[in-house]
Design a protein around this ligand. Structure first.
Ligand SMILES: [Zn+2]
Ligand SMILES: [Zn+2]
Length: 362
């Protein structure tokens, strides 16, 4: 009697679920795939039952998948993971295009396919893809030093900056200050560097505790940053230690860092990783990245990475070979190009970091 009751009530429950129309479930699953905090959030739904498996793999659901749905560790990379990403790419997910594009370009060294996947996302105004393609153009990644296309890099950076990508705004600011791939405009460059720092500050504030927010509000009310200061906005307000933890890297940067942390990026070819720990980009040929002009001990894929690493770590570690290279106000030294060509990012850049706390680069 009791067993019959239990059976009847479980039948009623399954009837309720079965009674839900597919389009309602699809809309819930779309929301889930776009907001999943990790791959298992989404995968566990697929394993629940045949119906959720069928609907979860519907192209509409896959097309909405967010970046964290692909946040797998490099050690978990498999043909199945590759197949799942390809399926999401086919469904039209821009995040899948970008993530798989980066993995193919850098990790699997399938440059053409990787770049075209990123281009597919960039056409649909995916800021990360636009910025990553800009880095590839600035460095001539995947080709020779003659493959660098600075104008294309600036154009891509400009589009990503317009969409609010902080690293792109910072990179564009440095380009304008240094006349790198674009006519120099120091005032506009400075304005962009300040804007990048302000946006970074805003993202820091969203992540810090309310007590820190109160302290900052007090400081903002009682202290005006100096216009021509060489310090970043964060350090102007005494917040230079906050950004280390609150600026969250894109999952694919963590994948790259892990991938090249466990496998030798150069396989003995003398290739180096970007010294900014949150980046993970490796060189695709020797001396592709620019190095710190003061110590020569660190290398960066971009000015944005150099500026970020300068604030978070390298400023305290850099020991100049020639102390005159870095000015005493604490400006970031330049990065110099090791490819042997003078493309404007090298020796003609001075220690003036434009207030963004960049760091020396050759
Ligand atoms: Zn980098
Ligand atoms: Zn240095």
């Amino acid at each position: 009697m009791i067993q019959r009751k239990i059976r009847r009530s479980s039948q009623e429950r399954s009837d309720l679920f079965d009674g839900l129309p597919d389009d309602i479930l699809l809309s819930i699953l779309c929301k889930l795939s776009s907001t999943a905090r990790c791959p298992s959030d989404f995968i566990s739904i697929l394993l629940t039952c045949k119906r959720l498996n069928r609907l979860g793999l519907h192209p509409l659901v896959l097309s909405k998948s967010g970046s964290k749905a692909f946040a797998i560790g490099a050690k978990n990379w498999s043909e199945q993971a590759h197949g799942f990403m390809k399926r999401c790419v086919a469904a039209g997910s821009v995040e899948a295009c970008y993530t798989l594009g980066m993995i193919r370009f850098y990790c699997l060294q399938n440059r053409g396919s990787g770049a075209s996947l990123m281009a597919k996302a960039a056409i649909r105004s995916h800021a990360q893809s636009l910025y990553s393609l800009a880095v590839i153009q600035f460095n001539g990644s995947g080709g020779s030093k003659n493959s660098k296309d600075l104008r294309a890099g600036v154009a891509l950076c400009g589009r990503a900056a317009y969409l609010g990508h902080v690293d792109a705004i910072r990179e564009l600011g440095h380009c304008l200050q240094d006349g790198y791939g674009v006519r120099p405009n120091a005032a506009e460059g400075r304005r962009l560097l300040v804007q990048a720092a302000a946006r970074e500050l805003a993202s820091v504030l969203r992540a810090v505790a309310p007590s820190a927010l109160h302290a900052l509000t007090w400081q903002l009310q009682n202290k005006k940053p100096q216009r021509n200061s060489n310090l970043s906005l964060l350090s102007e307000f005494g917040l230079n230690n906050l950004n280390a933890t609150s600026m969250e890297a894109h999952p694919v940067n963590r994948f790259l860092t892990e991938w090249f942390g466990s496998f030798d990026p150069g396989s003995g070819k003398g290739l180096r990783m970007c010294s900014n720990s949150g980046c993970g980009r490796p060189e695709t040929r020797r001396n592709e990245f620019r190095r710190c002009s003061a110590c020569g001990a660190v290398n960066y894929c971009s000015r944005a990475c150099q500026a970020q690493d300068w604030k978070m770590r390298h400023k305290g570690e850099c020991s100049p070979v020639d102390p005159l290279v870095v000015d005493l106000a604490g400006a970031d030294p330049l990065i110099v190009n090791l490819d042997g060509d003078d493309d404007g990012i090298g020796d003609d850049r001075t220690g003036e970091a434009g207030g963004d706390g960049g760091g020396p680069v050759e």
